[in-house]
Design a protein around this ligand. Structure first.
Ligand SMILES: Nc1ncnc2c1ncn2[C@@H]1O[C@H](COP(=O)(O)OP(=O)(O)OP(=O)(O)O)[C@@H](O)[C@H]1O
Length: 242
């Protein structure tokens, strides 16, 4: 289901470059991920389709440096993650990646605005420019009124609104790569299409690559390229999951 690929910026490292990547949750357990090769060019927006349990969140965890590969290479924005300590990987993630993960929810007791500008606390690189102005601009673009929500605790928003706040937080400070794990699951079809269109525009404007995973193949048409995890991942979890 490969579509036309975006042209990479000449001379820039791929956003993601996986080679002979294998991962298991248990030391002697079966592979959950077995991907011979996967690359996403700088600035490329890639859709990864996979059934529930096919390894989507696990793969994003490996690309984000949250999980350690059993073997193989995970290169992200030119950095070989296996060569970094866990602490350096955490810093790399804070400085260079934007994540919209099911498991990385907002801090519920913090106001929306504080959640959005949080990446700037951990990374000088993402502090450049007016963080608050940029956060308010992103919220507006994502269909939320900053006046109304900036000072409200995140937990007071609906799940769909919280997903949009998480998107603004991921985009702030122009990270080189955005990882998104089913960020539209709480949205109706119209809001979902609008959300994806805006996410794509914001990634294009900031030059960020995007890896977006979902079980919903209908979303593939929005992206530069679409891949099926059942084909990419030889661990063969998809049959078991479907
Ligand atoms: N912490 C864990 N420990 C052990 N096995 C796990 C763990 N997390 C996931 N798995 C297993 O790894 C496989 C892939 O899970 P993963 O969460 O990556 O799938 P997914 O495609 O993201 O699923 P979903 O769409 O339902 O979120 C599944 O068989 C799952 O049971």
């Amino acid at each position: 289901m490969t579509r036309s690929a975006a042209s990479p910026t000449p001379g820039s490292a791929p956003a993601v470059d996986l080679e002979a990547l294998r991962f298991a949750y248990e030391r002697k357990g079966p592979d959950v991920i077995d991907i011979p090769r996967f690359t996403a060019a700088a600035g490329e927006r890639v859709f990864l389709k996979g059934a529930s349990g096919s390894g989507k969140s696990t793969l994003l965890g490996l690309i984000a440096g949250i999980l350690d590969a059993r073997s193989g290479a995970v290169r992200v924005l030119g950095e070989d993650l296996s060569a970094l300590s866990a602490a350096r990987r955490d810093r790399f993630r804070a400085e260079r990646l934007g994540v919209i993960f099911q498991m990385f929810n907002l801090l519920p007791w913090l106001p929306v605005g504080a959640n959005i500008v949080l990446p700037g606390r951990f990374s000088p690189a993402r502090r450049a420019g007016g963080l608050e102005a940029e956060g308010r601009r992103l919220l507006t673009r994502l269909g939320l009124d900053p006046q109304a929500v900036w000072d409200r605790p995140a937990r007071a928003l609906s799940v769909g609104q919280q997903q949009r706040v998480a998107a603004a937080r991921a985009l702030i400070g122009r990270p080189g790569l955005i990882l998104a794990d089913e960020p539209t699951s709480a949205l109706d079809a119209d809001s979902r299409d609008a959300f994806i269109a805006l996410l794509m525009e914001e990634c294009a404007a900031s030059g960020a690559a995007l890896i977006f995973v979902s079980h919903d193949g209908a979303l593939a048409r929005h992206f530069d390229r679409a891949e099926d995890l059942a084909v990419l991942n030889r661990a063969g979890l998809a049959e078991a999951a479907s």
